[in-house]
Design a protein around this ligand. Sequence first.
Ligand SMILES: C[S@@+](CC[C@H](N)C(=O)[O-])C[C@H]1O[C@@H](n2cnc3c(N)ncnc32)[C@H](O)[C@@H]1O
Length: 335
Amino acid sequence: MSRSIAGRFRARPHSNPLSDQKLDYPLSPQAMNWKTVFTASQLEHPVPEWLDLGCGYGGLLEALGPRFPQTHIIGIEIRPKVVDYVRDRVERLRTGAILPAQYTLPDPSAPAEQPKPAAAAKAQGKRYQRIQQDPNHRRAALPVPADLTPPPPPPLPAPMGTPILVGNPPAPYRWDNIAAIHSNGMKYLPNFFAKGSLSKVFVLFPDPHWKRHNLRRRIISPALLMEYAYVMREGGLMYTITDVDELHVWMDRCLAEHPLFERVPQQELEQDPCYALIWHSTADAERAVRKCLNKYPAVYRRVAPGQKAVSIPPTGIWASEVMQEAVLDEGDEDD
Ligand SMILES: C[S@@+](CC[C@H](N)C(=O)[O-])C[C@H]1O[C@@H](n2cnc3c(N)ncnc32)[C@H](O)[C@@H]1O
């Protein structure tokens, strides 16, 4: 982000997802006119199929758009200035005023992005040390297994030339299939998206909400997964990735225990171009590399009721004392 742009679009680092912000939303998905969002789309009804939930500065949208030009992809972001930034950037990509981000090889003198066991990563992290010392921080949720180590990062996505749409005649790509809206993805998804309409949902580097009384603000929870499952089609994929081991354990467990989500085998992920993009394409993905943090991915498939092959015995995250306490706690203090 250039300095002038960063200044113009500077936003608070957090926005409370539980507050009653005044936000516009359609009464039902049928009332949503996506043409007002995908203004440059050639389609009369450009209904999005993929969702980047908490899209931040839109790095994933920018990476996916030209690689999947036939798919409409929407980002939902709760901080209005950040949405303005994404819109401005898409507009300037469209007019050719800027070029899309490319993935450059890291500086050879920088430490390589090599996953290390969670315990070792944690010991090095200043953030963890600071949190451990905070007397108000009661370590949340689920313990991190001592041997938790993420898979190795997939190779960087190949650099892109100017994408050309296949057709007769072939046409240049116009950045018309990506957009961002200002909304709260924890509250209004069923207003925007019809049942079974999304085939991919991305939740990349979500806010960790460390403190126990803030667990209810996490964007993945057993209750919210019900909503995500509702708007996703059977066979659709939910991609998560984080640099916080504890949050990974939480998200992975919520998904593993859910009757409508089944883990996607690692072998299958290695063939999936979206899997590489979730590791490398966003501002927070780059930040994790700069800070030498591990990245922990978890990808799950939305399955039909009763179709889940392996049933994971629930640890009862939702009913657990930790979650009850989080729900009942009135504390409104931010992380
Ligand atoms: C840590 S940032 C990650 C941004 C981006 N996905 C990335 O990887 O760089 C999390 C983003 O989610 C947004 N967010 C948090 N809660 C949200 C909600 N309920 N609805 C929409 N966006 C939300 C935040 O404003 C923030 O931009």
